[in-house]
Write a protein that binds this ligand. Structure first.
Ligand code: NDP
Length: 274
């Protein structure tokens, strides 16, 4: 496992388990399977409604807390100074944890809300309830404004990133201000068939004796992007983590780069219908 050092010195495992649409009854086992396979990083969010089951799996795994990296997110309707504080307290209660490793503003919903929420997050960071602060679904201008108005720099921007939406410009900007890109929907989420049927990806999978999802995850890791593939199936959870025994050469990286279509599956940054 490779760790990425964030701008405050905290280290995040480069591959984690995603849990969007993982129902509580499935996610408990998925987290235990992932931890058994070697994952130490789990991504959830208040809105996923599965924090309690994840917290129970963490407890039952008996893995020391300091070895784990747990991310959760501030939901849109909880944005604001007081409500952000209450939301984190509830997430900590749900997860049965004293702190989370990474706390993200889930979506950009306006500058004032983002800045007020972030101020609350900074206070909770200083109280030791959060080890690293970040954002999700933020574009360049959102991050610029936040950095101008914060005391603790964000460490991560979690955005949709996959072969059809490669985000090179956003990654370059984020790197230039010390923010790491984290890829959600790395397997193209509910459009996974598009990834699985891609000709180039299948050629590379054959060449490296790996699966298409493994090539997709390795390509992101090779770009230095943190990645959180989701599965509730043990075999796939293991497969998605088994990507550290081969390297994609630069020619193959370039071939994948050609697959960019700037196709976004999830809503636009500024246009979330809730
Ligand atoms: P992914 O790109 O991770 O794809 C998940 C889908 O791929 C599921 O249907 C899963 O099915 C299937 N799958 C997983 N591994 C394999 C495999 N090896 N072979 C074939 N099929 C596979 O999509 P997500 O949308 O879940 O994104 C990943 C994570 O990112 C989320 O779970 C969440 O934690 C985060 N996220 C964050 C968002 C944000 O706004 N910040 C938005 C969306 C996601 P199955 O489970 O049946 O295996």
């Amino acid at each position: 496992m490779i760790n990425v050092k964030l701008n405050n010195g905290v280290e995040i495992p480069i591959v984690g388990l995603g849990t969007f649409r993982s129902k509580s009854e499935d996610v408990y086992k998925a987290v235990l399977d992932a931890l058994e396979a070697g994952y130490r990083h789990i991504d959830t969010a208040m809105i996923y409604g599965n924090e309690e089951a994840i917290g129970k799996a963490i407890k039952d795994s008996n893995i020391p807390r300091e070895e784990l990296f747990i991310t959760t997110k501030l939901w849109n309707s909880d944005q604001g100074y007081e409500s952000a504080k209450a939301a984190l307290e509830l997430s900590l209660k749900n997860l049965d944890l004293e702190y989370v490793d990474l706390y993200l503003i889930h979506w950009f919903k306006g500058y004032e809300l983002a800045i007020d929420s972030y101020r609350a997050m900074e206070e909770m960071y200083n109280e030791g309830k959060i080890r690293a602060l970040g954002v999700s679904n933020f574009n360049v201008h959102h991050i610029m404004k936040l950095i101008d108005n914060c005391k603790v720099k964000p460490t991560v921007n979690q955005v949709e990133t996959h072969i059809a939406l490669q985000n090179e410009f956003l990654q370059d900007y984020c790197e230039s201000v010390g923010v790491k890109l984290e890829a959600y929907a790395p397997l193209m989420s509910h459009h996974i068939e598009e990834l699985l049927s891609d000709e180039t990806m299948n050629r590379l999978a054959k060449k490296y004796h790996k699966s298409v999802p493994q090539i997709a995850i390795k390509w992101l890791v090779t770009r230095g992007i943190i990645v959180i593939p989701k599965s509730i199936k043990k075999k796939r959870i293991m497969e998605n983590f088994d990507i550290f025994d081969f390297e994609l050469n630069s020619e193959d990286m370039s071939d994948i780069k050609k697959l960019n279509k700037a196709n976004k599956i999830f809503p636009e940054f500024d246009n979330v219908p809730f």
